[in-house]
Design a protein around this ligand. Structure first.
Ligand SMILES: [Zn+2]
Ligand SMILES: [Zn+2]
Length: 235
């Protein structure tokens, strides 16, 4: 049982967005939750937000990414960007846990309505140890744990970030690609990827360049299909 102080820190009784009262163990009130920018409809390949009735974006139609598909619960815009920021930079784990649950619910709903099989296992996008040291926790790993528990899937830990990649914000496409080459490696002696459908988990999906590079690494290590799941998608 957590201490009352810790419990209150994890489960505020006031909505994080409007400060209205919240019933139950949630960080947001029902009204604010309903008003969030849920990412639906979106491209089935890269999760780019789309107008109603469209199923894939022009980019994926012309050149589909290496990964087979992606699903992101939210569009990366206010107030979701602020909620993710509280999670990543201010360590509000209760907030992150709720965002991860929302993604798990979106994934479960998608598979229940389409009848598509769930992936065989979950692989979180790793944080470099230097950034992990500064932050104290790995948000993709924490999100992956919530998904693994909710969906009953194994979480595999063989993916390593072998180079320290600078923040990709403000970089051009070619520059991002160059920085990503050799940034990841799969280290696993048990051959757990062989022919498996893997769900790659991250907090935010931006251009898909990182997910594409990791897909290449996972498939070189034997994985079959790779699907990307993230809390939010940058429009
Ligand atoms: Zn509210
Ligand atoms: Zn697309």
């Amino acid at each position: 049982m957590p201490s009352p102080a810790l419990f209150n820190a994890l489960v505020p009784s006031r909505c994080l967005l409007c400060e209205g009262s919240v019933r139950g163990l949630k960080p947001l009130c029902t009204g604010c939750e309903a008003g969030l920018p849920w990412n639906d409809p979106a491209c089935r390949h890269c999760a780019l937000p789309l107008p109603p009735a469209a199923s894939q974006c022009g980019h994926c139609l012309a050149q589909p990414p290496l990964f087979a598909g992606s699903l992101c619960a939210f569009r990366y815009e206010p107030p979701v960007d602020g909620l993710l920021n509280r999670y990543k930079h201010r360590g509000q784990l209760g907030c992150g846990h709720w965002l991860a649950q929302a993604l798990a619910d979106a994934v479960a709903l998608h598979h229940a309505t389409t009848g598509a099989l769930l992936p065989d296992s979950i692989v979180p996008v790793p944080l470099h140890w230097r950034r992990l040291q500064r932050r104290g926790f790995d948000q993709a790993l924490e999100t992956g744990k919530v998904l693994a528990r909710r969906l009953g899937l194994p979480l595999l830990d063989g993916l390593r970030r072998v180079h320290y990649t600078a923040s990709q914000q403000g970089q051009g496409r070619a520059e991002r690609q160059r920085n990503l080459e050799g940034a990841f490696a799969w280290r696993d002696t048990r051959n757990r990827l062989a022919g498996r459908h893997v769900a790659l988990v991250d907090d935010v999906l931006t251009t898909g360049a990182t997910a594409g590079e990791i897909t290449r690494v996972l498939q070189a290590a034997g994985a079959g299909r790779v699907t990307v799941w993230a809390i939010a998608r940058t429009p």
